[in-house]
Ligand binder design. Sequence first.
Ligand code: PGA
Length: 248
Amino acid sequence: MRRSLVVGNWKMNGTLASAKSLAEAIVSGIENTNADIAVCPPFVYLRDIDQILQGSHLKFGSQNVADQESGAYTGEISASMLKDINCTYAIVGHSERRSYYGDTNESVAERFSQALSQGIIPILCVGETLEQREQEKTFQVVDAQLDAVINLAGIASFEKAVIAYEPVWAIGTGKTASDEQAQEVHQYIRQQIAKRDQSIADKIQILYGGSVKPDNAKGLFAMADIDGGLIGGASLDAESFLKIYNSI
Ligand code: PGA
């Protein structure tokens, strides 16, 4: 039986004060520990959030990590820096990074490896655009995104990783994939992993992301291959985020 996981991606939102009060409200509202739960605040707030989470069930992650180990990479944050501050997860390859900041399948694979090299659990985001879905290229796109990581890091690296399927057309648009549409791709991803290693495929958490809200979370999370969610907009409100977590 896989444990479920719900992760809040706060993106570039909030202030130090609002980030702290959001984290406090989530910590105090967690009623059960049957599933894992984490938040990914902006980098500059991570240490303050860590203080609030100490001793609680809530973990934290970063929204990105550098594709290099250290050196002259102005503006980047390395995996070892994140490890220094007790970061548990690092999102890599979010579609906003891929489309606005030029992250390629190859650089995402490097980021994934950097996170793992420091014992940080990468949350690898994959997913197709609307155009790609309409051209029936969903599986092809997801394959290329997965293959780049498998080729660089090896299938065994997925032992300590999370995958998030996030159809780009569903992110921040209010258009969620139907339970069946999401399940179809989650099942496909698990099969792709299983072709290489059945036991990793059975264990790996595959999250769904894209307009998950309290009213659609239950249906999505009930699907056989959906092990939780990566939540954007709804994670900025403690009550909505906790409702989503509690629908596991
Ligand atoms: P959304 O974002 O829930 O606001 O659609 C999800 C994500 O980008 O991870």
